[in-house]
Ligand binder design. Structure first.
Ligand code: F6R
Length: 242
């Protein structure tokens, strides 16, 4: 990400909230503070937001991004975009989100986390692989997993706005991050399982520039991990991984 920002200062980053990318944001903040990495011309688009939470609500993804990343760097906050889950007309807000991405020339690099049920963004199982930004009902599993950010599980919204899988696949490059044993099954199904709407993250198999970065526990159910190590070693120094 830092390399992209240096090479293309007006680049467009697709961002995820949640726990997984936090160390990434912390490192970018460090690079900003200590090495002068500037985000002044960068635009960002986040994947998703809860319906019914205003951007000022501390439980919203908009507030999360502001608190954990944007307020620590020199980004122009008018260039940071999160779907508007408090819009009166949600379908219109989704259509406008798609238009805003097109207006800036598309997303250069999209960061993705993965849910234990295989979701990317809030594209839950059986999401259309061609889907665009829209309203999505959260699964009970996702609501339970995200309950830690709310006073009680019943407070977790049932609806979200999320970029669609089709929207995500249009980014010029994808980087999927996963850490922890609880993600191991979803990671294996996404990378090595069949392409299936039951595992929305498996859609990254369709992208020609998708990079997956996992720690050992998240990689623990991959069948071909020795081969991936060999490939990584063979490609080291060769430049872009295709
Ligand atoms: C959040 C998002 C979700 C999360 C996923 C993993 O913007 O797009 O798909 O990436 O739910 O969440 P964490 O990282 O909290 O485990």
């Amino acid at each position: 990400m830092a390399g992209l920002v240096r090479a293309k200062p007006a680049c467009v980053l697709g961002l995820a909230s949640g726990e997984t990318p936090l160390p990434t944001y912390e490192e970018l903040i460090r690079l900003h503070r200590e090495e002068g990495l500037s985000f002044a011309m960068v635009s960002t688009f986040n994947l998703d937001e809860y319906v019914g939470l205003d951007q000022s609500d501390p439980r919203s993804y908009a507030a999360f991004m502001h608190d954990r990343f944007f307020r620590h760097i020199d980004i122009d906050t008018s260039s940071t975009h999160v779907p508007d889950g408090s819009a009166e007309d949600l379908d219109l807000a989704c259509a406008e989100y798609e238009s805003a991405i097109i207006a800036v020339g598309g997303i250069d690099l999209q960061i993705l986390g993965i849910g234990a049920d295989g979701h990317i963004g809030f594209n839950e199982p059986i999401s259309s692989l061609a889907s665009r930004t829209r309203v999505k009902v959260l699964t009970e599993q996702t609501r339970q997993e995200n309950a830690r950010y709310f006073a009680s599980p019943d407070d977790v919204p049932r609806l979200s706005l999320t970029m669609g899988i089709g929207t995500i696949l249009e980014a010029r490059a994808l980087v999927l991050l996963a850490t922890g044993e609880h993600k191991a099954d979803a990671v294996a199904r996404a990378i090595e399982g069949p392409l299936s709407a039951m595992v929305p993250a498996s859609a990254i198999q369709l992208h020609r520039r998708a990079i997956v970065i996992v720690d050992e526990p998240a990689a623990s159910r991959l069948a071909l991990s020795d081969y991936y190590r060999e490939v990584t070693a063979a490609k080291a120094g060769l430049g872009a991984i295709e």
